[in-house]
Design a protein around this ligand. Sequence first.
Ligand code: NDP
Length: 505
Amino acid sequence: MTTPPVFPTKTAAEWGTYADSLKWPTAMIIDGKPQAGRDENLVDLVTPRDGSVVTKVPYASADELEQAVSAARRAFDEGPWPRMAPKQRKELMLAWVALMEEHRTELATMLSVEMGKPIADAWGIELRALINTYRWYAEIADKELDEISPIGDDLALITREPVGVVAVVTPWNFPLTLSAWKIAPALAVGCTVVHKPADLTPLTAVRIAELALEAGIPAGVLNVLPGKGSVVGKALGLHRAVDSLAFTGSTEVGRAYMEYAAQSNLKRVWLELGGKSPNIILPDAPDLQAAIDTAAWGIFFNTGQMCTAPSRLIVHQDVADEVIAGVLAAAKNYQPGDPFDPSTKMGPLASSSRRAEVQAHVDAALADGSTLAIGGHSVDLSAPLAGGAYYEPTVFLNVNPDSSLAQNEVFGPVLAITTVKDDDDAIRVANNTDYGLAAGLWTANVSKVHRLSRQIRAGTVWVNCYEEGDLTVPFGGFKLSGNGRDKSRHALDKYTELKTTYVKL
Ligand code: NDP
């Protein structure tokens, strides 16, 4: 039995010293080599922890993008990766996983610096998800069997083939987990990848690709291009040598990727988009305190920057007073703090411009007549964190289900509470959104569990829990929350084509 890894014991100051000792990756990864980029394309990387410049990152030029796509194309069309025995791909990916484990503390610290995630969450939650996801898909590489159709005397084979070159465009909120959910299954089935990380979080993406090379993953199989979405992402979306594109981010940009595909080669486009997830608490919740604590955790974890955040709390009138009082009390435990402090539960927003966007949503909610119960303002921590992007935990009451706050994804620590009169009212309010990513339902009544969870239009319904998960279960959205599924065996559908080979015997 291997010993489980232990979160290093360090004070905030010691995490700071450790971060200062790190060597930031300052190159793109193209065709198996770090590439420095052009001086004129170097861009400051600013940490939301204190607003300081950490390093400079090279953004990909049009030339470099061509080199990366050509490298991925060559690695797919001529290279060993799609042709090697799946068992061999598995071994190489497992060697890569071992390096991720070895570099866990370094990667967690880079992540905390890039986007302000509390170090305990970065190390404990995101690095665990990264490592587990790559391990799970490495293990599946040699366990997928093909089919033979029962057609009589002839022979018909139904085989899965890798789709080809996959562009992966990812956001900054869970940059490691969300990239792994796409890159790991794509590589496991033999595709090659060009990854464009969010402009806020390029460091970890490049470092993970460096580890892939160290593990022996061949040149061109995983290329990483930092850069602006509107430039590099768009060019990948329009590129005719890209066969499939997997994206997580806003619905607006997801729509743009479908347009890029339509304008170019009809590449397959897979979208995991936003959410405005309802969390319904009924009077017969089996443990009301657990429902309250989870409602607060769900909206303040990761500073509310989570596509599945239960941002609409829909509470039955019979327990509304108790639930609201409990959530307001719990919110006080999420005062924003230094992400390097291991006891911090809520860090800054990912950038000062994100903080301005959150404030705009709050101002719109006030103008709409929602009642501000707590929060609603930026927080200026004292020096040396004075330049950080901190924001108060914020709760609105009496939110009209049609208002801007109930309809639009804030992506910040802002909870909208609506009181309903019965179950039907709860379902009507829950479904009153263009999104359909996830939902929560709290009830001990087994009939309601089945009946109501079926009525909720969402890709995941959590009953008497929230955010529970496992790699064996798929994740993705209904309606404007996207198409296709990440995680589980179902994710392999996105990176494979089904081929029929009919043989006359
Ligand atoms: P975006 O959808 O804008 O960004 C996600 C990714 O798409 C990034 O890699 C980004 O690059 C890229 N991108 C941005 N614009 C374009 C474009 N025109 N063409 C091609 N690619 C593009 O999300 P934001 O980071 O701006 O956040 C805005 C909102 O999106 C949030 O407030 C939230 O509502 C939602 N969102 C949802 C997420 C989810 O998990 N479902 C994750 C992140 C955001 P770059 O980093 O260079 O901008």
